[in-house]
Design a protein around this ligand. Structure first.
Ligand code: LCS
Length: 404
């Protein structure tokens, strides 16, 4: 390996959400909570960023841009940016899109907030699949739109789409948009082509727009490949694709993402209303990621594969009744612990207080996450091991003392 993913980097006092902002995010309104652990004693497996250094090739590109010394108003003008992204999507997913369809945003979440507003009229409804990344709900509710949830089928931890339910909900004329997570956070499902086709056909025949949030699409187990939703429906202009280097290369704080809008009217609305200036360091970093990030990315996937293997073996040995399957995508483990703990709503608070682990309990995922915890495995193996040991010790003692 050329890159060192075992390195432990102290992230405290860098304005990082992960280390310095967990109270505000996980315990909003209860920031003064006292835990038996000091803040720096927690094992942090919560927010979806990584404890790995961003690739040196990206840092070098930022340095190069810094050395220019002027950081005036900027946007993407250099055609090499499109070329870099388009080469990446062609190489990775055998798919590309015309240059004029590409717009950029400081993040996918801000893009979702805007797109909901631009696509939907005030009394309309937006469909999501649950459990779900909670900001999908926030984007809908921020725009005073109604949220409609279709629960995924869950058979022993294997999640599939309930097409009949989705069709019934999409059939409501007030449902005009579906925000679809491809691959899916938190379950880690990498949707198959036939699943995407079915969802696409349901939405399109019911005049429902699709926003396909593909932020996790480069975080697959080695050997698997991602299908962009829009690739399957080249004749439709109702599928908006969101992609970003932020998760893949651990640069969420640089706030840069790609939004591909085939529909001309929607794109014109975006171009007219979106605040279009971008951070020049982020543009340079993103272009470098797509141009020079391939080797680092390959090694990252290998390290994540091994972290998942380690987790799977650890759970089989020390928490054999936890339901867990190595997901096809994301660096997130979605683990059903209901055989060890029951009737507890606030698993996030409980694990922080009693295990010294910061994680996200299932109730943080809109709905239908009951009994689950989500663990972020994108950390050095030594940290992962410590986190898993704490989780196992806590759950085994909880079960013993509660006679579950
Ligand atoms: N979309 C999905 C599906 C995500 O999982 C995340 C981050 C974002 C968008 C954020 O996009 P951004 O605005 O940064 O471009 N997911 C996180 C999570 O699950 N926990 O912490 C962040």
């Amino acid at each position: 390996m050329k890159y060192n993913f075992d390195e432990i980097i102290d992230r405290r006092n860098t304005n990082s959400m992960n280390t310095d902002g967990f109270r505000e995010y996980l315990f909003k309104g209860r920031e003064n909570l006292n835990f038996p652990y000091k803040d720096d004693e927690f094992v942090r497996m919560w927010i979806a960023d990584m404890d790995f250094a961003t690739p040196p090739e990206i840092i070098e590109a930022i340095h190069k841009r810094l050395n220019h010394r002027i950081f005036g108003y900027s946007q993407v003008f250099d055609p090499n940016y499109y070329a870099a992204l388009s080469n990446w999507t062609t190489r990775m997913y055998d798919w590309t899109f015309p240059k004029e369809q590409l717009v950029t945003s400081p993040g996918i979440i801000p893009a979702l907030y805007e797109l909901c507003e631009y696509i939907c009229k005030p009394d309309e409804k937006v469909l999501i699949l649950t459990p779900s990344y909670a900001f999908f709900q926030s984007a809908v509710e921020f725009n005073n739109l109604e949220l409609v949830c279709s629960e995924l089928n869950n058979e022993q931890g294997h999640y599939t789409i309930n097409y009949a339910d989705l069709e019934a909900k999409a059939n409501d004329p007030k449902v005009t948009l579906c925000i679809f997570c491809n691959p899916h956070n938190p379950t880690g499902r990498l949707w198959k082509e036939e699943e995407l086709r079915e969802v696409g056909e349901i939405c399109l025949r019911n005049n429902v727009w699709i926003i396909s949030d593909e932020i996790h699409c480069d975080l697959l187990r080695s050997g698997l490949s991602h299908t962009p939703f829009a690739k399957l429906f080249p004749q439709s202009d109702r599928i908006v694709t969101c992609m970003a280097p932020s998760k893949t290369f651990n640069m969420a704080g640089l706030m840069f993402s790609n939004v591909i809008i085939p529909n001309k009217m929607l794109r014109e609305l975006w171009l007219c209303r979106h605040y279009s200036f971008k951070n020049p360091l982020s543009i340079a970093a993103t272009q470098a990621a797509y141009e020079h990030g391939q080797q680092w990315h390959k090694e990252l996937l290998q390290y994540l594969d091994d972290n998942f293997k380690f987790t799977d073996e650890f759970l089989s040995k020390y928490l054999p009744e936890a339901e867990f399957k190595i997901p096809e995508a994301t660096y997130l483990a979605w683990v059903n612990i209901s055989k060890y703990i029951s009737g507890e709503e606030d698993l996030t608070g409980l694990f922080a207080a009693q295990a010294g682990v910061l994680l996200e309990g299932g109730s943080m995922f809109v709905d239908h996450g009951h009994g689950y915890i989500r663990l972020n495995l994108a950390c050095p193996r030594a940290i992962l091991k410590k986190g898993l040991q704490r989780i196992a010790a806590f759950l085994n003692s909880y079960r013993a003392s509660h006679s579950i």
